[in-house]
Ligand binder design. Sequence first.
Ligand SMILES: CC(C)(COP(=O)(O)OP(=O)(O)OC[C@H]1O[C@@H](n2cnc3c(N)ncnc32)[C@H](O)[C@@H]1OP(=O)(O)O)[C@@H](O)C(=O)NCCC(=O)NCCS
Length: 192
Amino acid sequence: MTGPVPQPTLRTSRLRLRPLRAADAAAIVTLAGDARVSRWLLTVPHPYPAELATSWIARTHDEWRAGTAVTWAIVEDGALVGAISLRLVARHDHAELGYWLGVPAWGRGLATEAARAVIGHAFRVLGLVRVFAQHLGGNPASGRVLVKVGMAPEGVRRRHVRKRGRYHDAHQYAVLREDWRPRAAPRPRPRR
Ligand SMILES: CC(C)(COP(=O)(O)OP(=O)(O)OC[C@H]1O[C@@H](n2cnc3c(N)ncnc32)[C@H](O)[C@@H]1OP(=O)(O)O)[C@@H](O)C(=O)NCCC(=O)NCCS
């Protein structure tokens, strides 16, 4: 369900998840280029040059056509507030979920809402069997999102990735289709 057909737009109670547009570049530069966001994203540099945002937007369209990834703008009240994607591995019927929100949108459950919609799409429409995700050590907010959407922790790959010359642990999470509950009750937050 990727390729020549148009990429679908998904709707949640507060959000519209739609394909990226060339006109989104400026908002992406501002929001994803913010050091508080880019520090957690392996492929987003800081500062974030405008031409990189433009080429990324074009690449998301190529990836949709090729069936290798689906990326949506996360839109609230008509404004882009973040992005979310599934990196598809057709051979294994699985995908990696990734997302970011601009700082002004943090803390209102929007990442969780967007991720729920995308995982539902992955299982119901794309027919995947597994959706997984990882976050860097020191980013518990992202781990909390993944648990709230119903993913289970699968361990830590120690010093698995390098960003800006430093090695980071990569915390692994996943959910299988048979375990997916569209409105999974959040698991209790671990005591800190
Ligand atoms: C991670 C991110 C997507 C979260 O978005 P969000 O919309 O604020 O997330 P939600 O509101 O849905 O949920 C965040 C949860 O993390 C919790 N949280 C926030 N900061 C935390 C911290 N320092 N330690 C532990 N939990 C934290 C929140 O309390 C909330 O959990 P709760 O609902 O149980 O209270 C957003 O902060 C972001 O884009 N960060 C930068 C980029 C990034 O990290 N992307 C993910 C890469 S793997």
